[in-house]
Design a protein around this ligand. Sequence first.
Ligand code: GMT
Length: 392
Amino acid sequence: MFLPLPLPAESTKRKHMNIGIVCYPTFGGSGVLATELGKYLAKEGHKVHFITYSQPVRLDILDANIYYHEVNVQDYPLFQYQPYELALSSKMVNVATKYALDVLHVHYAIPHAYAGFMAKQILREKGIEIPLITTLHGTDITLVGKNPSYKPAVTFSINHSDVVTSVSESLRQDTLALFEVRKDIEVVHNFVDLTLYHPEENCKNTFAPHGEKLITHISNFRKVKRIDDVVTIFNHIQKALPAILLMIGEGPEKEWARQYARELGIEEKVKFLGKTSEVERVLCMSDLFLLPSEKESFGLAALEAMAAGVPVVSSNTGGLPEVNIDGQTGYTADVGDTASMGERAVHLLSNDALFYAFSKAARAKAETFSIQTIGPTYVALYEKARRLLSLP
Ligand code: GMT
């Protein structure tokens, strides 16, 4: 759990900060979370500088206090691999210097924490001290980071960050188990902007004209999401009651899933909508969200579904049980246990009173992860990181 930090004396507390955020600009959970955090901080009056290789998908650069700095990697025939970390460090140095950044907050350790460390050293040579906050998101630890090709650099970057956070207690434990970490890791759970979700609204459901149950899955369709399990669970559901599956997102497993649905003879009932910026509208129509992942440090998509009052049937891997409470907000089962997930989904969807109770509990649980509660924690950590370096 994140322990409340002692508040700084009023005189030393900075009202508004200049904050550099480094993240992946794509549809992945870490980029979404970082973008939503930046938008929240900007609304609070901080000046937020996004440093990424393209504009983050959920970012509106016309919003007040939001700045966007693109990292350009110079192409050169000598390079088989472009030196992105170098370009990123240089960009961080330039932005930190020009806009007098108070903190650098990097999301996803690889390679952002490493590039952040380099930027810090370069800035120090120029007489500029700046704290580095690293947020670990999941696969940067559990899949990619633990690979021997990256492990020494990831360990080093974690240990040389001023403050390290993880998005769940489970990820904190994984990090401590997999790396020789000398730093405290503070758990700051992912959050959701509840004002975007209105579970009481009766959304027009264009996908289920005959009152079918609408089942949703949102992800980047990588192997770790076990997309074939999504289709298997749905197949079980649709045998028991009229249902449609909405698949949102893009990724390498998408075509396999389409083929599998075809083999099962249910392709008419499985709709692939691709990437959409209207996640809230889709969730507003949904009856159930499926997330049977192999690994999931938190499951931000599940939290967003719960904010919309949509119960979740998921695996019980990683941080998912911190979000989806088995028997209350949905059901959890062992990874790969599609039979249990399918049966319990049918049970829930067939019982109106139970469904209503789960929907209410899902929203109530999501409310404990509101951005208004969790956003200030990051600001407190920025203050703490500056105090650790004896900065005003
Ligand atoms: O797995 C993804 O969808 C993307 C990945 C990322 O880093 O962008 O997500 C990770 O970070 C999310 C935000 O903190 C978490 O909600 C996801 O659980 C986590 N994914 C995994 O651990 C597999």
